[in-house]
Unconditional design. Sequence first.
Length: 286
Amino acid sequence: MPARVGAFVLRTLRNEGRTIFVDPVRRLLGRGPAGLLLAGVAVGGVIFFHALAQRPAGADVVRAVGGVQGDLPLWLALLRTPVSLYVPALDLPVWAGITQLFLAFALAENSLGRARTLAVAYATTLAGTLTARVMIMAGPDRWGFGLPPEAGQVLDTGPSAAVVGLFTYISVVRRAPVVFLLTGGSMVWESIAKPNLAGREHLVAVAAAIVLGLLHGRRRPAWLPDPRGLLRRTKRPKRPKRSGPAGPAGPAGSGSVAAPDSVAPAAPSAAEMPSPRADARVNMDI
């Protein structure tokens, strides 16, 4: 039995290592530096905002541009959410977070593609942000789900929710139970050991990533429009060409109207034409 269990564990780790790390690295070697575009942008944004927040005036700018809180108006929170992906938490070690951020975006970009990576990162972050607002609106006395109003002044998690969501989504799609247990288990342990708003948002990000991963590869419902069709350029119907009046090259096409000056002169009637007898009579008189 121990030998079988050990063989199963080794086989699982080998399969996960191939699907999670080896295949993305092969794609990265084939694509070159372009395969690290999202990871580079994410790391550069975090470093920029972290350096800017070290000054008092810069901290106010960072908070005004990418700071998301539960007591903000919804439209303002949605407007700041994309920028909040690059605003790190000031009470956490930034270099450790940068390493996780780079690894998560690099693996996701070379495993899922750029569009899906951005969609998963934004969707999981937005799910945590909106759920936190619902918890604050529910109040602290609602089945242990709600939060006190003071939680509305706490900043959101920033890029950490996107990192957790990407790792969870990859583990569900690639069927990597070890990575899934490490990611989800660490978030559960964090929420138990240090119950705060960030821990709850991380759990919501994990749940949203699980749902998105289970929906991966499913057929699109008939009532849901195809997003790729919206991006295609619709072909305009060709208008029939209007043919102009007849020119020196030839007669006008079918359905054309001739110009007034091109109308042929009418033939004279029989009454207006002179007869041969009248001409002969005039000659005899002369």
